[in-house]
Design a protein. Structure first.
Length: 128
């Protein structure tokens, strides 16, 4: 998917989800954690005009950021699975889903969803 198409999708979804869900909703927690990581990256990547203004980033801060990734991955996988299931419920075929995911074929989209579903079920059962 082209960059401008992704940006259009982001804007469309931002308008749709302008009001966040309750604090406990997985999608909201995912957004909060991703925002925290984004702010950390912004702080570490920013060029500071005055060395005294640079916030101190500790090893503990970096460790805290690293600890968020497993949860983020799991939540992103769950959300992707739910969105694909919703797409199928609303009549989208695998070719359309593949196109939006940047995949080359309907088979690739279907296989990706199957791998994702299997992984999530293994995590739920404690196999992974």
């Amino acid at each position: 998917m082209a960059h401008d198409t992704r940006e259009t999708a982001r804007l469309r979804l931002a308008a749709l989800t302008a009001r966040p869900a309750a604090g406990g909703a997985p999608a909201y927690r995912l957004a909060e954690d991703a925002a925290l990581l984004g702010r950390l990256l912004a702080v570490t990547g920013r060029v500071w005009a005055d060395a005294e203004d640079v916030p101190e980033i500790t090893v503990g801060d970096i460790g805290a950021a690293l600890s968020l990734f497993d949860g983020l991955r799991l939540q992103v996988d769950r959300l992707e699975s739910q969105v694909v299931m919703e797409a199928r419920r609303r009549g989208m075929d695998w070719r359309q889903i593949a196109q939006h995911q940047g995949l080359n074929s309907s088979q690739a989209a279907s296989q990706r969803h199957q791998r994702l579903t299997t992984r999530l079920e293994e995590i739920r059962q404690g196999v992974r």
